[in-house]
Design a protein around this ligand. Structure first.
Ligand SMILES: Nc1ncnc2c1ncn2[C@@H]1O[C@H](COP(=O)(O)OP(=O)(O)OP(=O)(O)O)[C@@H](O)[C@H]1O
Length: 738
């Protein structure tokens, strides 16, 4: 006799599998549906009874087999934790079938009575099985639901405990009795948000001003706050409670470098709940305050990275400190040597002014662009039914980033005052025309924020504290937001940030490294928009010739005081060099064509001859290198002799670039490994410049610069640097070229 019924539940089938592994051949839990089970049982019973009656089998045998089946199925049912009624139903199926078989064997199965009763038994069995299966399924579902209810109860018990704790705390510290409606844990696991209902006539800022006291009362770790912000209506508030300090750790700039848009926000850092903070600068200007050493330069690079990634932004940078903020975004393009047919790399920023004169040229052009846009795009704005110029890749926004610009605005120096006037005019006049500014300042002193224009237009505000308290007046920078304390953010690159969309609260800027800046310049080279024709025409030659040799020569020699001649001052018919390929007024089809590259290469060679042919350089008989593309680093007055352009001496010593040799000597003297910044300081060059030059020198002989993390700093943290072995291998290859 085969088994009659079985359950169809997943639980049972799982158990069935495990029972089957190496178990008995007779499977008491074998699978059958209610109908097939009943059919199988009745046909089996009929066959046994017919055979038994024909062969004279003792009828009690069938009863014995049925009893064994009932016992077996009962045992299987108990093992599967079936309900008692299920087990009883199945055992009785066996017994009834066995009873019928015994009776039919004794009295003959081929009578209407026997067949009719068997049919009744089969139908009853199918019905009973179906009902027990349904019952088992319902039991199983109920058990799962009960399990979930238990978990939820446990969770809500935890939430209830948090809610009760904070209701009590807010009552004690702020004197306000709120009702917590929900507690949501952050997916990052670094805190939670309370959604609370305020009592009548109370506003959320009565809690937000007591943030520091609440944080202290809750014994939150340093860098963690309980920040109240508006809820879904004015009678509700959301209180973000950070329990893990994410501001402490150094987090690298996200490496996906995906395209961004001014309209969908540009990320500048992250909050304590690890959420990114987006800046929306279509109409806003920004002010970034950070004393020396707070991570301001790093933040400027993060800002420039965001703009470089945007498809609808062109960035103009004014940095009177030798253009250092913008240089890292230009040099990778200047030093890029395109392969034949490859398009020259575009810098990550569109214009860099390192002197007051060049800044005037830039600001004049920007003002002309703004005024011309107002006139020329009237029709477009009427068609689009907007009073804001529709900014996009075809009409890009110009973001004017002015390092220490706030100091220019408040300077009493006559020259800087002139510049300040133009900057203020840009801020005041050109919001609608898609020209906005990002100013940095060393301190949020009254002098900087006393300027009404800055207060009114720059609502995106950042205070990098880095633990620095001097000149850090958070109350002035974020008026109306009390409870912010400098010592809540004592880490470099951390501080407070507020935008019209996101109230002032703790934040941290990502750490961006020079290698990432180079990667972003390369990754975004093809992505930058070109200045619209209306604007380009208004900006005129001052813009079109911004990469001319005479205007960028200083970039190859970034000394503290650049000697950039301003446009129009030293025209002398000089031709532009490799960046001419970037001029937007060039027909697009021409770019990247070999013929054009050759023409430019010739121009470049002539330029070198004109510029350096008559100078008293120590190596006047230097051979002209055969280069696939152009390399403006050749214009550097202090440029070390390049390996490929040196006449190799007998022992090859002269072929070694002096910079490589100096670097090797310094690294060796320092014990075989050295951080880039330390090496740069020792060699008296800019860190980024050193990285770029040395990498190029190493690459030229096929030596890979050691990767990140090869050098351990004093505090144990891994940093990028140089190893003596790498440098000595490069020296060896220069001496013995393959
Ligand atoms: N976001 C950050 N995360 C972690 N560390 C940072 C961050 N920003 C800066 N730092 C650290 O702080 C150091 C100083 O940064 P940075 O040069 O940007 O400061 P700064 O305010 O511009 O100082 P200075 O005015 O002296 O140049 C960096 O070398 C780096 O070690």
């Amino acid at each position: 006799m085969t088994t009659t019924e079985a359950t169809t539940t997943s639980k049972n089938s799982k158990q069935k599998k495990s029972a089957g592994q190496g178990g008995p051949v007779w499977d008491w839990a074998a699978g059958h549906g209610p109908v097939t089970g009943a059919l199988s049982a009745t046909t089996g019973a009929f066959a046994v009874a017919t055979t038994g009656a024909a062969t004279g089998m003792p009828p009690t045998w069938a009863l014995a087999v049925g009893a064994a089946g009932a016992v077996g199925h009962t045992a299987a049912g108990i093992r599967l934790k079936n309900a008692g009624r299920t087990i009883a139903a199945r055992a009785s199926s066996w017994l009834i079938t066995a009873g019928w078989t015994t009776w039919a064997t004794a009295h003959g199965p081929l009578t209407w009575q026997a067949l009719g009763s068997l049919a009744v038994i089969g139908t009853g069995m199918a019905t009973a099985t179906r009902s027990t299966n349904l019952y088992e399924e319902a039991r199983e579902e109920e058990a799962a639901a009960a399990e979930q209810r238990a978990v939820a109860l446990e969770l809500s018990a935890e939430r209830r405990a948090i809610a009760e704790e904070w209701v009590e705390r807010i009552r004690r510290v702020c004197g306000i009795s709120v009702r917590v409606l929900a507690v949501e844990h952050w997916p990052t696991g670094t805190g939670f948000t309370l959604d609370a209902e305020l009592p009548g006539g109370t506003t959320y800022d009565q809690i937000s001003t007591r943030a520091a006291a609440l944080s202290a009362d809750a014994h939150l770790p340093h860098g963690c706050t309980a920040a109240a912000s508006p809820g879904i209506h004015q009678g509700r508030t959301l209180i973000d409670v950070a329990t893990v300090n994410v501001l402490e750790t150094e987090v690298p700039y996200p490496s996906d470098y995906a395209p961004l848009s001014l309209h969908t926000g540009i990320p500048w850092g992250y909050r304590s709940n690890a959420e990114q903070i987006q800046t929306y600068l279509r109409e806003q200007c920004a002010l970034v305050v950070g004393p020396t050493g707070s991570g301001k330069t790093n933040m400027v690079h993060v800002i420039l990275a965001g703009f470089a990634r945007a498809t609808d932004v062109l960035t103009f940078v004014i940095d009177l400190n030798a253009g250092s903020a913008g240089l890292s975004w230009v040099l990778p393009a200047l030093n890029h040597q395109p392969a034949p047919g490859e398009r020259p790399m575009r810098p990550g920023i569109d214009w860099l002014a390192g002197t007051v004169k060049e800044a005037h040229v830039m600001l004049d052009a920007v003002l002309r662009i703004g005024k011309q846009r107002k006139i020329a795009y009237q029709g477009l704005m009427a068609r689009e039914d907007t009073d804001l110029l529709p900014i996009g890749p075809s009409i890009p926004q110009i973001m004017l980033v002015i390092d220490e610009g706030a100091e220019i605005l408040t300077s009493t120096d006559k020259v800087l005052k002139e510049l300040a006037k133009k900057i203020l005019e840009v801020i005041r006049m050109l919001r609608a025309m898609g020209i906005r500014t990002v100013l940095t300042a060393l301190g949020s002193t009254g002098a900087v924020l006393g300027n009404l224009m800055i207060r009114r237009e720059a609502k995106v505000r950042v205070a990098l504290t880095g633990g620095e308290k001097e000149g850090m007046d958070l109350g002035k920078l974020f008026p109306g937001t009390r409870g912010l304390k400098v010592d809540q953010a004592p880490y470099k690159g951390s501080g407070f940030m507020g935008t019209p969309e996101s109230p002032a609260a703790l934040f941290k800027c990502w750490r961006i490294l020079p290698s990432q800046i180079r990667e972003i310049v390369a990754a975004t080279s093809e992505r930058h928009p070109t200045l619209d024709a209306v604007s380009a025409k208004a900006a005129g030659d001052a813009y079109a010739r911004r990469w001319d040799a005479d205007r960028i020569a200083w970039m190859h020699n970034p000394q503290p005081t650049p000697t950039t001649p301003a446009a129009g001052q030293d025209e002398e018919g000089r031709r532009e060099l490799n960046l001419s390929a970037l001029r937007e007024d060039r027909p697009a089809g021409e770019q990247g064509q070999e013929a054009e590259a050759d023409r430019l290469a010739d121009a470049f060679m002539r330029e070198i001859d004109e510029q350096f042919g008559t100078t008293t350089e120590p190596t006047p008989k230097r051979e002209r290198p055969q280069r696939p593309g152009l390399n403006l680093s050749a214009l550097r007055e202090d440029r070390p002799a390049e390996p490929e352009s040196s006449e190799p001496s007998a022992d090859g010593t002269d072929a070694v670039p002096p910079l490589l040799q100096q670097a090797y000597d310094a690294v060796k003297a320092a014990g075989g490994r050295m951080h880039t910044a330390d090496l740069a300081t020792q060699l008296g060059i800019d860190t980024t410049e050193l990285g770029t030059e040395l990498s190029r020198i190493l690459r030229a002989v096929g030596v890979e610069r050691p990767g990140k993390g090869t050098v351990r700093a004093g505090n144990g943290e891994s940093r990028t640097g140089y190893l003596a072995e790498t440098l000595s291998e490069a020296i060896r290859r220069y001496r013995n070229p393959q």
